[in-house]
Design a binder for this molecule. Structure first.
Ligand SMILES: [Zn+2]
Ligand SMILES: [Zn+2]
Length: 78
């Protein structure tokens, strides 16, 4: 999983380099609340594996804890 995240991040950085303006616009609305402590988290990396400041790790797409099974609607669901 860690390796996958790095690859996605690298791809995002390349995409940003090509079109920085539209990339920053796409951040609008990319805020969610941590299911554990309700802190707002801004998604600003290509990885859907989120780690809150409280240490809670969760999936950006389905909001389940990262090490628990994902919801069937999530693209990480197997
Ligand atoms: Zn939290
Ligand atoms: Zn998920």
């Amino acid at each position: 999983m860690e390796e996958e995240c790095k690859i996605q991040k690298e791809e995002l950085r390349q995409a940003n380099g090509r079109n920085a303006e539209s990339a920053s616009e796409s951040y609008v609305g990319q805020l969610k609340q941590c299911p554990n402590c309700s802190s707002r988290i801004k998604k600003n990396e290509g990885c859907d594996h989120m780690t809150c400041r409280c240490g809670h790790q969760f999936c950006w797409i389905c909001m389940n804890e990262w090490d628990k099974p994902h919801k069937s609607s999530c693209s990480f669901y197997v």
